[in-house]
Design a protein around this ligand. Structure first.
Ligand code: GLU
Length: 497
């Protein structure tokens, strides 16, 4: 398993795909490898998306590895949150996730093989010694590389704990030929003999990631550029093992509108927060795709097209800035095109707190009928729910103050409209508008004066989509019922009519 000499991989063809056994191109294997220490960050979601698209573009496999080796910081809640967000984004892996914590015996086995082959050594330096050595290095100004006295000795004290370190190369250089960042040269003089196994025998991230990527057959590592500096170390480890090197693509971080790396102070970071804000998953996906990847200046790229167009070469080298306004406009685009029944299903739970549960089926029906009108005006599902609230509220509707005023001012016109509407046939938008005009004209009023109390009676609010559209979707019975409720409230409340 372990080669005694270093061995680089053959140069990859231009696409970054490896030659397969039969001389054709082997389908790539990629992975998304989140650490479950919190929600799924939108940067992580974008990494998952890029991996997914790359795999689909080339007929490959997209895997998920949950990097839960840090037991103190990992939690089941975080694992659930990550899986839920991936499911919501329709980015679930092609195979069940690999949990890194289940693989520690394999990690230890690889470390033992490296020891055996002389590529790793036991280091008995104690934390205080390491600290003192680091302080000495700092004071001497001779760089930061820690040199263990145990690199070429194995006669350490049997009763003291030790860690296992890689015997990293000290001369020459390590070149990372990154698909996004280009060719980056790291002098090996800067490589330290990093720890593979801690003194309690647990593997470090650096060992686990290399072993797992290899065992999972990963051919392309597409991840955030916060891991770029780990890459020469991982390559040193791979070379010691004589394992093939994957292609690397390090994607720049997402920055906030102020140009600083996206952080909590910029607001929401987790995918689930965007879900709650009422964004559609396909809109967030399209937005995240364009945030860091481009194909000309096409903004709207839905999944199928993204699969056809995606390439690592399209990923930009500099960090992109998160722009909420742009996300909202992408969301509007997808809302307009979304299936009405799906939107109704998404909006109804957001209305559960105010909805009249007795009439759920009827409300669903009303919501569906009004959806074209409602979705044309909404920027997200919450705004959509807000504008749809009047459809599902229990009757008699609560009136807001502005609606009360409109009603008080237009009670007579509303009563006249009620009588005309009762006789109207057909109940069509044109006929409704015609009647309203006639009523306005004969009262010497404007159309707005007729519409205002009508809107108040039908919605409980003073602002809404077109009142004729509302009459049309509510239908005759529901419209007259609501108007009667409003008139009755005034009779009972003020004895005016
Ligand atoms: N678990 C690492 C993280 O969440 C990613 C490791 C990798 O992609 O190689 O940052």
């Amino acid at each position: 398993m372990v080669n005694s000499s270093s061995c680089g991989s053959a140069p990859a063809p231009a696409s970054g795909l490896r030659a397969g056994p039969a001389g054709g191109l082997a389908p790539p294997v990629v992975r998304f490898a989140p650490s479950p220490t919190g929600f799924l960050h939108i940067g992580g979601a974008r990494t998952a998306l890029f991996n997914y698209l790359f795999a689909r573009r080339h007929g490959g496999t997209y895997l998920l590895r949950i990097e839960d080796t840090d037991r103190a910081r990992s939690s089941q809640a975080a694992i659930d949150a990550i899986l839920e967000s991936l499911a919501w984004l329709d980015l679930m892996p092609d195979q069940p996730p690999v949990f890194q914590s289940t693989r520690s015996a394999r990690h230890a086995e690889v470390a033992a093989a490296l020891l055996e082959a002389g590529h790793a050594y036991r280091c008995w330096m104690q934390p205080e010694e390491i600290e003192a050595e680091r302080a000495r290095l700092r004071a001497s100004g001779r760089g930061q590389r820690l040199e263990s006295p145990w690199r070429d000795r194995s006669d350490g004290p049997a009763d003291r704990p030790f860690v296992v370190r890689l015997k990293a190369p000290r001369t020459g250089e390590t070149v990372v030929d990154d698909r996004v960042q280009g060719r980056i040269v790291f002098p090996n003089a800067e490589l330290d003999d990093f720890v593979l196994l801690r003194s309690d025998g647990t593997p470090t991230y650096m060992l686990a990631v290399v072993v797992d990527d290899h065992d999972m057959g990963v051919t392309h590592v597409i991840r955030g550029d916060d891991h770029l500096s780990n890459t020469p170390r991982q390559l040193a480890l791979l070379r010691a093992l004589g394992w093939p090197e994957p292609v690397h693509a390090h994607v720049p971080m997402i920055h906030g509108p102020d140009g600083a790396k996206l952080s909590k102070r910029h607001g929401a970071l987790g995918v689930e927060a965007y879900r709650e804000m009422g964004f559609l998953p396909e809109a967030l996906e399209n937005y995240l795709l364009r945030l860091g990847w481009a194909h000309g200046d096409t903004e709207l790229v839905a999944r199928e097209e993204a699969i056809a167009l995606f390439s690592l070469e399209g990923i930009g080298r500099s960090p992109a800035r998160f722009d909420m306004k742009k996300l909202e406009s992408v969301n509007r685009h997808y809302l307009l095109r979304a299936d009405n029944r799906r939107l109704a299903d998404l909006v109804l739970p957001r209305l559960a707190a105010i909805a009249d549960q007795q009439n759920a089926a009827r409300h669903q029906e009303l919501l569906l009928r009004s959806m074209d009108e409602l979705k044309a005006r909404a920027k997200d599902l919450n705004a959509l729910a807000q504008s749809a609230a009047f459809l599902v509220r229990a009757r008699p509707l609560d009136m807001d103050a502005a609606a009360q005023r409109a009603l008080d001012e237009g009670l007579g016109l509303l009563a006249t409209m009620r009588d005309r509407l009762a006789l109207l046939d057909p109940w069509s938008r044109e006929a409704l508008e015609r009647v309203a005009r006639e009523v306005a004209e004969s009262a010497g009023a404007g159309l707005g004066q007729v519409a205002a109390p009508l809107r108040a009676a039908l919605t409980g609010q003073a602002a809404s989509p077109s009142v004729f559209g509302i009459l049309e979707v509510l239908g005759r019975d529901e419209s007259l019922g609501r108007i009667d409720d409003a008139l009755a409230s005034k009779v009972n409340g003020h004895g005016k009519v």
